[in-house]
Design a protein around this ligand. Structure first.
Ligand code: GRF
Length: 204
C-alpha cells in the first residue's frame, strides 16, 4: 500500500505538529509527515522539522510583491509534495482560495474552541479562552474541521470537550484544551487517511 503523505502547516510552537509526528496512532498505518510549511522562520515548528529531518518549506505572502506569485509558488510546491492530507496546526496565514479549491476535502484545521463559537478572523490564541471565561461558559474544547474559503467555517469533522471550572484562567483553560487537541488531531488524521475518501460533503 502506498504511504500517505501528510503535510503540516504551522506558524508557531508546533505542539500539535509534534503530537501528530509522535503519535503511535499514525505508526500503524502507512502514513508519514513529509513536509512542514511555515511562514515563520523563527517558529518552534520549523526548528522541530529541521531536527527531525522533515522537509522544511518557508513561504510567506509578505515576501512577495504580488499575491499571485506567492499563490503560484505555494501551488507548485504542494503539487511537488503530493499531499494526501494537509493539516493546519496553528497556521496563522489564510490559505489562498485557489489552493482551498484544489485541495478541498484534503485540508483540515484544528481550532481551540467548540466551533461555531469563537471562530473566524482574529479568533485565535488566548483571546478565545479569555472570551470563554468572561462569558462564564461551562464547557469549551477543540474542533477539527475542513478548511473552506472562510476562516474556521468549513464542515466540522470532530470535537472534544473540556469542562471549564470556576477557577480557570485563560491560561489554564488553554492548557486543558491543548491537551485535548493533541489527542483529537492524530485520531482524526488517522480516520481520514484510512477512510476510502475524504469528502467534506459526507461529514456534514
Ligand atoms: C492551537 O491551539 C490550535 O488549535 C490553533 O493554534 C494553536 C497552535 O498551537 N489553531 P501549537 O503551535 O500546535 O502549540
Amino acid at each position: 500500500m502506498k504511504t500517505k503523505k501528510i503535510i503540516i502547516f504551522a506558524s508557531g510552537t508546533g505542539s500539535n505538529f509534534q503530537a501528530l509526528h509522535q503519535s503511535p496512532l499514525l505508526n500503524d498505518i502507512p502514513a508519514c509527515i513529509t513536509a512542514l510549511v511555515t511562514d515563520n522562520p523563527g517558529s518552534g515548528a520549523l526548528a522541530y522539522a529541521r531536527s527531525h529531518h522533515i522537509e522544511p518549506v518557508i513561504l510567506s505572502p509578505v515576501d512577495y510583491d504580488h499575491l499571485d506569485d506567492y499563490i503560484l509558488e505555494l501551488d507548485n510546491k504542494l503539487t511537488a509534495l503530493e499531499p494526501d492530507i494537509i493539516a493546519l496546526a496553528g497556521y496563522l496565514k489564510k490559505i489562498p482560495d485557489p489552493v482551498v479549491h484544489k485541495y478541498r476535502g484534503k485540508i483540515i484545521n484544528i481550532h481551540p474552541s467548540l466551533l461555531p463559537e469563537y471562530g473566524g478572523k482574529n479568533w485565535y490564541g488566548l483571546r478565545v479562552h479569555q472570551a470563554v471565561i468572561e462569558n462564564k461558559d461551562k464547557e469549551s474544547g477543540c474542533t477539527v474541521h475542513y478548511v473552506s474559503e472562510i476562516y474556521d467555517d468549513g464542515p466540522i469533522i470532530a470535537q472534544a470537550k473540556v469542562p471549564v471550572s470556576d477557577d480557570d484562567t485563560a491560561e489554564s483553560l488553554a492548557k486543558k484544551v491543548l491537551k485535548q487537541e493533541h489527542k483529537l488531531y492524530p485520531k482524526v488524521v488517522k480516520q481520514l487517511l484510512t477512510d476510502k475518501q475524504t469528502d467534506p460533503d459526507q461529514t456534514q
